[in-house]
Design a protein around this ligand. Structure first.
Ligand code: SAH
Length: 351
């Protein structure tokens, strides 16, 4: 039994069943939780993310943010922010591009939002040499023009699940049956009427909506800046539940080995967009990650990298292009989607 499961069982025995959101949060935030592990991502980890596939991903995002900053008239000072930076790879590659474009480095603070102490230490080690003003915060910064990116961050935020029963929504819980973790249903129906068939599952992510609302408020207040969100997800009505657990690149049970498996859910881009629009911001997309990266010049960047590379390296670059932008099985081009939140109506490049 994992240490996280031991603590969860004791907690449930004392205080009763948890919501799915509380269960997810406990698996992530526990000192022995998932992101405290040595190698969550990468080939040796449980899953591989786009910035870990190729430097081109972070470079193109760096170019995108630089372009937005220049389009805003190169304001100073501004905040550059990443949510859930993982191993710091995306930001390292983005900063390598920003360093070339005059002054976004000197105009900005770099603020990282990271829940795991272990990953934060890694991010500091990697990024402090690349940016003169690096800090960590629990929430995205406010009060300045904000240039923000989040890749595979929102899918990790805790969701609540509601199950339809005879016209009412009941919240799904995690409790104990014969001493083992098991799903259940809250005995109290939510006040929302369910027009879905019995057994249908509705997922909401209040943490994501609140965060997007904060970001949108900051963008609208400054009337400058942009927030780029990349993730796998849908635009409303996932139809079925999407909460999943992954270990060693394979799906496992959600209640299996809490804290030792990656838990995530598909991002509801419509809900995020609605939260941003309520604050007066504009939302562009979602577009497929492939469409976005190709519009930003993925092929040109690959060509430039390949020009000075060996035949073997060229093959790897080509494989990375397919993996990032392709539409086939195991490729990220359409599975992953991108939205951009801005204070103005003009669509940014790539949308
Ligand atoms: N963006 C990186 C890592 C993605 S994994 C990449 O693309 O490779 C998710 C990241 O979000 C990890 O860094 C994880 O520790 C962080 N994270 C997860 N939940 C979080 C939360 N509630 N608050 C802050 N960071 C969180």
């Amino acid at each position: 039994m994992t240490p996280v499961e031991e603590r969860l069982r004791r907690r449930i025995a004392l205080t009763g069943p948890l919501s799915v959101a509380d269960y997810m949060a406990a698996c992530v935030a526990d000192p022995d939780g998932y992101y405290a592990r040595q190698k969550p991502f990468g080939v040796e980890g449980d899953f591989v993310t786009a910035p870990e596939i190729s430097q081109m991903f972070g470079e193109l995002i760096g170019a995108f943010l630089t372009d937005r900053w220049q389009a805003d008239g190169a304001p100073s000072p501004v905040d550059l922010c990443e949510l859930g930076p993982g191993r710091g790879t995306l930001m390292a590659d983005a900063l390598s591009v920003m360093g070339r474009a005059e002054d976004l480095l000197s105009a900005s603070r770099l603020v990282l939002v990271e829940v795991s102490d272990k990953l934060a230490a890694l991010q500091r080690q990697r990024l402090a040499p690349l940016h003169p003003r690096l800090s960590f915060a629990a929430r995205p910064p406010e009060g300045r023009p904000l240039y923000l990116v989040a890749n595979e961050f929102f899918d990790a935020l805790p969701i609540r699940q509601f199950v339809s029963r005879e016209g009412r929504w009941f919240e799904r819980t995690v409790g104990l049956v014969d001493g083992a973790l098991a799903f259940g249903l809250s005995p109290f129906p939510s006040p929302l009427k369910a027009e879905a068939p019995d057994g249908a599952v509705k997922e909401v992510c209040p943490a994501a909506e609140a965060l997007v609302a904060e970001i949108a408020r900051t963008l609208v207040a400054a009337q400058k800046g942009a927030a780029l969100i990349v993730d796998y997800g849908h635009t409303g009505g996932a139809g079925s539940e999407t909460l999943q657990a992954v270990r060693d690149h394979r799906p496992v049970g959600v209640l299996e080995a809490p804290g030792a498996v990656d838990l995530s859910a598909h991002v509801d881009f419509s809900a995020l967009a609605a939260a941003a629009r309520r604050e007066g911001a504009f939302v562009h997309g979602p577009v497929g990650q492939g469409t976005f990266l190709l519009a930003l010049g993925l092929l040109e960047r690959a060509g430039a990298l390949g020009a000075s590379a060996s035949a073997h390296e060229r093959q790897a670059i080509e494989a990375a292009v397919h993996r990032l932008a392709g539409e086939g099985a195991g490729e990220m081009g359409t599975l992953f989607k991108v939205i951009c939140i801005t204070p103005g109506a003009t669509p940014p490049p790539g949308f």
